[in-house]
Design a protein around this ligand. Structure first.
Ligand code: SF4
Length: 604
C-alpha cells in the first residue's frame, strides 16, 4: 500500500498508522505552525463556522483543506464536542473521515474494540502494531528523559518541553527522523548549565494557541517544568499492552483521572503555581471549577481565542500571578509602614526639601498620580487620559517624557508606573509594577493591616485580592466586561437620567434587575422605567446589581476585613448594601480612587 497522509484531530493510537504504512499528521500542529494560521480560521468562518466557536476546530478545518488532505481520523468521544460537526463538514468537502472513540469509563473491552476497528479500517494486524509499539516506546523513553531534564535538572526550557512532547502525537510523521533530532537535542542539552529559576510553574489544559506564553513567563524568571497534556501525549507509562497504554492516557477520560495525575506531578516536581490554559468557546473551560477546587497551589486561569501573542490584559494577569508567587516565596517583602502624616499637602510648600516618589496609574480613562514623601501623601492628581498625554509631555523615541515643570512638580526622586497603559506607553525613567501589586501596596500603605480581602472596583474593571500576612495569596479579576465597574454605573445613571452622585445615595427597595451586562442592562432599565418604577428604586437596583456580582467573589476569597478601593468605593449605597449582605467588616481608605497610584509610589 502506498504511504499517504492521514490527518488526526488529536492523539490516537498512532502505532496503528505507522503499522499500516500511513503517515500520521496531527492537524493541530499543521494549523498552529502555519505561516498564517489566521487564514485557516478565516476560511472556516467563510464556510459558515460561527465566530463564537473554538479557533482550534476552525483551524483544523482550514488546515485540512489547505493541505488538500484526503483522510482524517476524528476522535468523536473523549476529546472535543465540536468534532462531530467538523467531521460532517469535512465529508462535504470530499474528505474521508474515520471515527475513533475513547470510552468515558475506560472500559478496556470497548477501547480494544475501537483499536481493532481502526486496525481493520487501515489494514494492519496486532503483530505489526506491536512491532511498531516496541519501536515507538524506545523513542517515548527518550521523551521521558527530556522531560526529566526539564524538571529535575532544569536544562530544558518549558517551550522545548512543550514542543517535543506535543509533537509525539504524530512523531512529525517520521519517527526515525524524529528520534535522530531528539538524540541531537538530548546530547546538546546534557552540556547545558541549569537555568536559574525563581519559580517553577506547571501548565495544564489544552496546548496554547498563543505563541509567546512560555517565553514571556521565562523572561520573568518563572519556568514551566510541567506540561500536563503534552506529557500525556508521550504515553509515559510503558506497559506491554497497547490497550492498557491508551487506557492510562488521562486526557480523554473523566476529569478526576486527570486530576490525580496533575496532583502527583505537582508534588513530584515541586511546583509553585499552575497556569490553566482554556480556549475560548471550549467546553473544557468548565473543568476549571474542578481544578480550582482541588488543586492546592495557586492556579491562574488564562483564556485566549485566536493564534498570536499575549495581549496586554493577559500579560498583566501573568505579571500579577508571578509577583504573587514571588511574594509568597518571600522573594520580596512588603514592610509594615504607615505614613506619619497621611494628609494631602501642597507640593509647592515642600519642593526642594524632600525626596519625593511619584506613582502613576495609567488607566484607559484616567491617569492618577500620587506623590509620596517620608511624611506621607504630598499630592494626589487625576487627569483625563487623553488630556494627560496631550498636555503634560511628549514622546521622545520609544518613551513618553512627562513634563514635570508643567505639572509644577519638583524634586521627584523616583517614578513608578502601573495600570493598563504601562505596557503600551513606557514612561521615561520610570519603573513599572503590575496593577495587582500596586493595588496591594496601596491598600497596605493606606490601611496598614496584615490580613484582608482587597476589593477594587475601578472605572473599567474589578479586582478581588486575598491578602495574608501582607502578601497576595489569591486573586480574581474581571477585565473582560464593564459589569461591576464604574463604567456600568455611569451608563445606567445616564439611562435613568440621574447624576452619579445622586444615584450613589439610593439603596432601599432595589428593583430586581437581571441583566448584569452594561449593554443588556440598558434595555431592561428602559422596560422598568416604562412600568413606572421610581428613580429611587431604579437607582438602588442598579447599585444592587454590582453587589450581586461582587458578593460571591468576596465569599470565595473570604476575609474578616474587606478593604474597598477604586472609584466605586465612593458609592455609599453600594457600600451600605454590601455591608448588609456580608459578615466581613468593610473599610474604605481615605483615597480609594488613588489606591493604585499610591501603591506605585510606595513601591521601594
Ligand atoms: S480547545 Fe476545546 S473546543 Fe477547541 S478543539 Fe480543543 S477540545 Fe475542542
Amino acid at each position: 500500500m502506498d504511504k499517504h497522509k492521514v490527518g488526526l484531530t488529536t492523539t490516537i493510537p498512532v502505532e496503528i498508522l505507522f503499522a499500516s504504512d500511513n503517515l500520521p499528521v496531527d492537524v493541530n500542529n499543521l494549523f498552529v505552525t502555519a505561516e498564517y494560521p489566521e487564514k485557516c480560521i478565516e476560511y472556516a468562518e467563510q464556510t459558515g463556522y460561527p465566530r463564537t466557536s473554538c479557533s482550534w476546530i476552525k483551524g483544523l478545518y482550514g488546515a485540512m483543506l489547505e493541505h488538500k488532505m484526503k483522510k482524517v481520523i476524528a476522535v468523536m468521544v473523549g476529546d472535543c464536542s465540536y468534532t462531530h460537526s467538523l467531521m460532517e463538514t469535512l465529508k462535504l468537502q470530499g474528505i474521508e473521515a474515520l471515527s475513533f472513540a475513547y470510552p468515558y469509563d475506560r472500559d478496556r473491552q470497548a477501547l480494544k474494540h475501537e483499536i481493532e476497528k481502526l486496525m481493520k479500517a487501515l489494514g494492519t494486524t496486532w503483530e505489526q502494531v506491536n512491532l511498531v509499539k516496541v519501536r515507538l516506546d524506545q523513542i517515548r523513553r527518550k521523551l521521558v528523559e527530556l522531560d526529566r531534564l526539564t524538571w529535575q535538572e532544569n536544562k530544558v526550557t518549558g517551550f522545548e518541553n512543550h514542543l517535543w512532547q506535543v509533537s509525539s502525537s504524530d512523531f512529525n510523521s517520521d519517527y526515525q527522523q524524529f528520534e535522530l533530532q531528539l538524540d541531537e537535542l538530548l546530547s546538546e542539552v546534557n552540556s547545558r548549565k541549569p537555568f536559574k529559576q525563581k519559580l517553577r510553574l506547571g501548565y495544564i489544559g489544552v496546548p496554547p494557541i498563543l505563541t509567546d506564553l512560555y517565553q514571556y513567563v521565562e523572561n520573568k524568571g518563572a519556568y514551566v517544568v510541567y506540561n500536563e497534556v503534552q506529557r500525556q501525549f508521550t504515553m509515559p507509562y510503558f506497559v506491554d499492552d497497547l490497550v492498557e497504554q491508551y487506557a492510562l492516557y488521562t486526557y480523554p477520560y473523566d476529569v478526576n483521572f486527570r486530576l490525580q495525575d496533575i496532583q502527583q506531578e505537582i508534588k513530584k516536581r515541586k511546583l509553585d503555581g499552575i497556569i490553566h490554559y482554556t480556549q475560548s468557546f471550549c467546553h473544557r473551560q468548565i473543568d476549571d471549577i474542578v481544578f480550582k477546587k482541588y488543586i492546592d497551589i495557586p492556579v491562574l486561569t488564562l483564556e485566549a481565542d485566536r493564534p498570536g501573542i499575549l495581549d496586554a490584559r493577559t500579560r498583566m494577569r501573568l505579571d500579577a500571578f508571578i509577583d504573587m508567587l514571588l511574594n509568597s516565596n518571600n522573594h520580596t517583602e512588603v514592610n509594615s509602614h504607615i505614613a506619619t502624616n497621611n494628609s494631602v499637602q501642597n507640593n509647592k510648600d515642600n519642593k526642594n526639601s524632600k525626596r519625593l516618589s511619584c506613582g502613576i496609574d495609567l488607566g484607559s480613562r484616567n491617569v492618577k498620580m500620587a506623590i509620596l514623601s517620608d511624611d506621607g501623601i504630598e499630592d494626589l492628581r487625576s487627569f483625563n487620559t487623553i488630556d494627560f498625554y496631550r498636555d503634560y509631555g511628549r514622546k521622545v523615541g520609544d518613551v513618553f517624557q512627562i513634563d514635570f515643570d508643567k505639572l509644577n512638580l519638583e524634586g521627584i526622586h523616583t517614578i513608578t508606573s502601573t495600570g493598563y497603559g504601562r505596557n503600551t506607553i513606557k514612561l521615561a525613567n520610570a519603573n513599572q509594577i503590575a496593577e495587582l501589586e500596586a493595588h496591594l501596596l496601596g491598600a497596605l500603605y493606606q490601611v496598614d493591616i496584615d490580613d484582608f480581602t482587597l476589593l477594587d472596583l475601578g472605572g473599567q474593571d474589578s479586582k478581588v485580592i486575598m491578602v495574608r500576612n501582607r502578601k497576595m495569596l489569591d486573586f480574581i479579576t474581571n477585565d473582560k466586561c464593564a459589569a461591576s465597574s464604574g463604567r456600568f454605573l455611569e451608563n445606567m445613571a445616564t439611562v435613568i437620567g440621574v447624576p452619579l452622585d445622586e444615584l450613589a445615595q439610593y439603596y432601599d427597595n432595589p428593583v430586581e434587575l437581571n441583566a448584569t451586562c452594561a449593554v443588556f442592562g440598558e434595555s431592561e432599565l428602559i422596560g422598568r422605567i416604562a412600568e413606572g418604577v421610581s428613580k429611587e428604586e431604579l437607582s438602588a437596583g442598579i447599585n444592587y446589581t454590582i453587589v450581586k456580582r461582587i458578593e460571591p467573589l468576596l465569599l470565595k476569597l473570604y476575609s474578616d476585613t474587606v478593604v474597598f478601593t477604586g472609584g466605586v468605593a465612593n458609592n455609599c449605597a453600594i457600600v451600605n448594601q454590601l455591608q448588609s449582605r456580608i459578615a466581613s467588616k468593610i473599610i474604605i481608605p481615605k483615597h480609594p480612587e488613588y489606591n493604585g497610584a499610591i501603591g506605585a509610589a510606595y513601591k521601594k
